[in-house]
Ligand binder design. Structure first.
Ligand code: HXC
Length: 264
């Protein structure tokens, strides 16, 4: 079994290849794997490189042993305006994940919050440790999910439970995620990467073209006409950067204080 870890100082995503699969790891532990635009672009670039690599049949995406990701990078977004988001359409970097051909499986240990939960839901399967926590806490920052949370959670869980988690920001357990249909399997703590790797290796041993086309067909069933909803969500997300509550919510988080929202 050959293994190569590509890691350089400051690399926000690292990966390792072994036995027909790649293990791709988010690598910004100092900010709990906050998803900067650069990190998402690099992740998409790596997954596309792996698409072109004949030695690889499927990948596992992990944040490491303690957390998957605390979501989009609040520091990077805090001072942004609606106009600058509309002009640069920064969140379009997420679109490149949708065109990844080979299956990739998220292995979630610890929390997957905000954009972290959305990233896991944008992958093809989610294997969660039993103590994993999911959540869409954006509401507490004066914003809303912007990378598919309102669309993918609602499609999987239905309106009634999706409303609860998106409007209250309350986290939910791996067991609840499994009940809502966003989790493929729940495994003992510390075993998520191992189980996701087992599934990825099974897939990697299958005929590659059949896998690619079968993945495409399942996505069509699950995500047919999703694009319209994603664009709608992104546009509303950008518009919240014209509110005082967004500035207050994010500044309060960065200054470690309780926000005082005015509804404006
Ligand atoms: C930037 C973050 C961050 C984030 C944590 N940090 N989350 N920085 N963006 N999303 C930073 C903290 O500021 C802190 O920096 C350091 O990481 C450690 O964080 P702690 O809070 O001390 O860690 P911990 O006690 O382990 O708590 C972890 C946590 C908490 C429960 C996840 O950090 C948290 O609530 N984070 C925010 C979660 C969130 O609101 N996510 C949604 C983001 S918006 P210092 O400098 O103090 O060491 C979003 C929008 C999606 O995702 C839109 C589409 C992508």
């Amino acid at each position: 079994m050959t293994s190569s870890m590509k890691e350089g100082a400051g690399d926000s995503v690292v990966y390792e290849k072994a036995g027909g699969i790649a293990i791709v790891r988010l690598n910004r532990p100092e900010v709990r794997n906050a998803l900067s635009f650069g990190l998402i672009s690099r992740l998409a670039e790596i997954l596309h490189e792996l698409d072109a690599d004949e030695s690889i049949g499927a990948s596992v995406l992990t944040g490491g042993e303690k957390f998957f990701s605390a979501g989009a990078d609040i520091k990077e977004m805090a001072g942004r305006s609606m106009a600058s988001f509309e002009k640069h359409d920064d969140f379009s970097v997420w679109d490149a994940l949708a065109s990844v051909g080979k299956p990739f499986i998220s292995a979630v240990e610890g929390y997957a919050y905000g954009g972290g939960c959305e990233l896991a839901m944008a992958s093809d399967m989610i294997v969660a440790a039993e103590d994993a926590r999911f959540g869409q806490p954006e509401i507490d920052l004066g914003i809303m999910p912007g990378a598919g949370g309102t669309q993918r959670l609602t499609r999987a869980a239905g309106k009634y439970r999706s409303m609860r988690y998106i409007l209250t920001g309350e986290p939910f357990s791996a067991a609840e995620a499994e009940r809502m249909g966003i989790v493929t399997a729940v495994v003992p703590k510390g075993q998520a990467v191992r189980e996701a790797s087992r599934i990825a290796a099974l897939i990697s041993a299958k005929p590659r073209t059949a896998v690619l086309l079968a993945k495409k067909a399942v996505r069509r069933a699950a995500e047919n006409q999703l694009t319209e909803g994603l664009l709608f969500e992104r546009s509303l997300f950008y518009s919240l950067f014209a509110t005082l509550d967004q500035k207050e919510g994010m500044n309060a988080f960065l200054n470690k204080r309780k926000p005082e929202f005015k509804g404006e």
